[in-house]
Design a protein around this ligand. Structure first.
Ligand code: UD1
Ligand code: CA
Length: 447
């Protein structure tokens, strides 16, 4: 796509109905703030410039959208006023300027691209994405010419007469402007209306009065969902998850029960990955080819190599790197640790701040004691080492290649390669003691 395109994202609303300390558009869908979904969609359209209009006192939002420039709309005087907050940055732009709401994260790049193309097609001053909801109440209505289909006006719900209120073709909020005439158009918009606001939607009538044409493009209602409440946030999450699951399967992953698998927008799955039911992916997960992730596993910010086998009930936390053919079994937690190729951590272990060498075997219940209350310390386990069950490895500690640790050991110092180390209390045997004890008790208590 060679056409020139800039984007203004409206994110000034606090979203009181969310009942949150966080600006509404910072709430996440599939692990990513809504505003970043919108910005990333714009990036997929090859937008050359993306500007974000924010409200007063939203430092976290400004940080989240960085390095994109932000413009503060101090008083909330309407959507046209909001766009004009970025006026200085809009000046001199050419081609298309797309206005998006940061609380509407489901528009696809394909749809937006269709809108931009329609705007360019007839060199229209404004192109609007419209949809047909079952109940149009609350939306601006798109008034079109029955003859040529041109968009004549957008009439806000509160301004509609009876006939206009019956129209069910509605404004989704997404509008594309001819950059060269946009500022002039917006500055001519007044606020003599029911809400006393500068309506961006009035741009259509203003542009037409100046001899321009406008056009509406239809989009499926599903894409237009705006999030105003936690309940709508959950609906948007569900729709996004459905898309991500479909994409994962289309790319060659098997999801045995797709509805119970939660993906992040950046989850990367290789070919012939099998994901069992009830698996949750946080952000930043990359999975290689031929991996099976068994039921009830939770993964975030980690890498899983080809042919590895994860779960059931595994937890891979940030910085876990699982090598090719490695095995992480049930009730195992791995954090900031490299488990090299072919190593096995099969049962009930915590491995944190560590390296587990290639083909090492970590027995059930092994714990790396990585934290002394102040510092995190490293555990190094060599290739082919065998750690007996229920061992505690007190970091910093290093186990050489091929060493064996006896079960139940608490290891506090370096273990040489190929050594056997058992570090546990000496065994004490008292033959017959138990029988004598029982007989004494019977004599004393009669039972
Ligand atoms: C708007 C449209 C309406 C459309 C509907 C779709 C206008 C006048 N109306 O109505 O035609 O059907 O969206 O959902 O544009 N905002 C600011 N600053 C402001 C006002 C709004 O940043 O001063 C932001 C809001 O945070 C929100 C978006 O713009 O993200 C839309 O504003 P809102 O007040 O919700 O407009 P609606 O009345 O829903
Ligand atoms: Ca709204």
């Amino acid at each position: 796509m060679s056409r020139e395109l800039s984007v203004v994202v409206l994110a000034a609303g606090m979203g009181t109905r969310m009942k949150s300390a966080l600006p509404k558009v910072m709430h996440k869908i599939a692990g990513k703030p809504m505003v970043n979904h919108v910005i990333d969609t714009a990036a997929n359209l090859n937008a050359t410039k993306t500007m974000v209009v924010v409200g007063p006192d939203m430092p976290k939002l400004i940080e989240a959208v960085s390095p994109h420039p932000t413009f503060e709309q101090t008083d909330r005087l309407g959507t046209a006023h909001a766009v004009l907050a970025a006026k200085e940055a809009l000046r001199g732009l050419m081609g298309n300027i797309l206005v998006l709401y940061a609380d509407s994260p489901l528009f696809t790049a394909e749809t937006l691209s269709r809108l931009v193309a329609a705007r360019e097609d007839g060199d229209h001053a404004v192109a609007v994405l419209g949809f047909r909801p079952a109940d149009p109440t609350g939306y601006g209505r798109l008034v079109t010419d029955p003859g040529n289909g041109e968009l004549l006006a957008i009439v806000e719900d509160k301004e509609c007469d009876e006939k206009q209120r019956a129209i069910n073709f509605c404004n989704s909020g997404v509008m594309c402007f001819r950059a060269e005439s946009m500022i002039e158009t917006l500055e001519a918009i007044g606020n003599t209306n029911a809400k006393g606001e500068y309506y961006l939607t009035d741009a259509v009538e203003v542009a037409r009065a100046n001899g321009n044409s406008c056009v509406a493009v239809e989009v499926a209602e599903e894409e237009t969902l705006g999030v105003n409440s936690r309940s709508q946030l959950a609906v948007a999450e569900a729709l996004m998850q459905e898309r991500l699951r479909e994409a994962a399967m289309a790319n060659g992953a098997t999801l045995i029960d797709p509805g119970s698998v939660y993906l992040a927008c950046d989850t990367k799955l290789g070919r012939d990955v099998i994901i069992e039911p009830n698996v949750v992916f946080g952000p930043g997960v990359t999975v290689g080819d031929d991996v099976t992730i068994k039921a009830f596993s939770h993964l975030e910010s980690c890498v899983v190599g080809d042919k590895a086998d994860i779960g059931p009930y595994a937890r891979l936390r940030p910085g876990a790197e699982i090598g090719a053919g490695a095995r992480v079994g049930n009730f195992v937690e791995i954090k900031k640790a490299v488990v090299e190729d072919g190593a096995k951590v099969n049962h009930l272990s915590y491995i944190g701040d560590a390296r587990v060498g290639a083909k090492a075997n970590i027995g059930a219940g092994t714990i790396t004691c990585n934290y002394d209350g102040y510092r995190k310390q490293h555990t190094d386990i060599g290739a082919g080492a065998f750690i007996g069950s229920n061992s505690a490895l007190v970091a910093p500690v290093s186990i050489g290649d091929g060493a064996i640790i006896g079960a139940g050991s608490t290891i506090t110092g370096t273990v040489e390669a190929d050594a056997l180390v058992i570090e546990r209390a000496q065994r004490l045997d008292k033959p017959g003691w138990a029988r004598v004890f029982r007989e004494k008790m019977k004599a004393l208590l009669g039972k």
